[in-house]
Design a protein around this ligand. Sequence first.
Ligand SMILES: *Cc1c(COP(=O)(O)O)cnc(C)c1O
Length: 397
Amino acid sequence: MRQHADGAGLRGCPTIINAAGPLTRLAGAPLAEGVLEAMTAAEAASFDMFELQAHASRAIAGATGAEAGVVTCGAAAGLLLATAACLARLDIGRMDALPDTDGPDQVIVARGQRNGYDHACRAAGARLVEVGLAEALAGAGIRDAEPWEYQAAVGPRSAAILYVAGGRARPPLAEVAAVARANDLPLIVDAAAELPPAANLRRFVAEGADLVVFSGGKVLGGPAGTGILCGRRELIASAALQFLDMDMEWSAWHPPADLIDKARLAGLPRQGIGRSCKPGKHEIFGLLAALDRFVAEGDAARHARWLATCRQLAAGLICPHGVETAVEGAEAVDRVPVLVLRCATDAAASELRARLAAGAIPVHTRHDPFRPEVVTVNPICLRPADIPPLIAALSRR
Ligand SMILES: *Cc1c(COP(=O)(O)O)cnc(C)c1O
């Protein structure tokens, strides 16, 4: 175990080489340039958290094209808050009752887009209503969910539509947005892992999403416990009311009007269902610095940085017998380039992954369920000091 390689501050906790990318179970991504400094700067100051989130809202609106936004403690927290906002809107009685609801509580989602993170929607009090059949994925046809199936599922209990963005997501978002609009239902988009490209910060709002969540701790390079929820002003106001600290008096409460329009509320809600989604001031400043940096660096420079790491690894590698290497995504600046080690069989790849993870310095790589014969090395979380031991581990027979 690499007990002390990273210094006494880590208290002897063993570290790993993260060649799998910014995964929560591997502690997320390294903080982007400037993030730690922003978090340290926040340390010295106190804030009214409504003012701070309104400040964040303006920055998020600028970067995403949404009307408003808040910093949450992750994309999953954003999904819970987005759902709570769709269930309660600005009705403080409904906010108080969640996760119980006597109003519309159904969230429509394509069956093929269901995943473990949508637990967050159920936690807010929603019931998921599945539509469509992922026949292409099942190998039993060529189709997936279709717009008419969303329409057929709409009824008096419908509260929202959930769409999980991704390369394989069907039907196209714009077609689902058309159904949402025709039925006056808010459309929530889970875009947690859809960066890069940077253009995706604006894309989902532009295509008709009412609420969008992004992870702060993945490629964005913010603190691992952060995320963005952005979208329509009224829904963001509802979300804010359900996770910010509400322990004060109505008469003494003056929220910034561009975040929360106090005149539209019947009173002051109590601590909401999203209270556990609160980030601290450090996380908020860290996330905003990461967002600035992500936009400023741009896809091409970021891609070049990652590609250089992949090429350095490929150049140093002496491949084990029966393994072929290639750098993939070298031309696509809107994607993350990776180094792939193609093994002779699925079993050989899984053996290689296991051997790397069991090494003196554990190396975590990525398993692609669609290409089980491949071991993927993702450059995002690799530090310069990781390169020599990683080359050694990958070259071992
Ligand atoms: C990672 C991920 C999440 C959760 O994001 P956190 O920021 O870790 O809460 C949700 N949905 C999808 C699709 C993800 O990939």
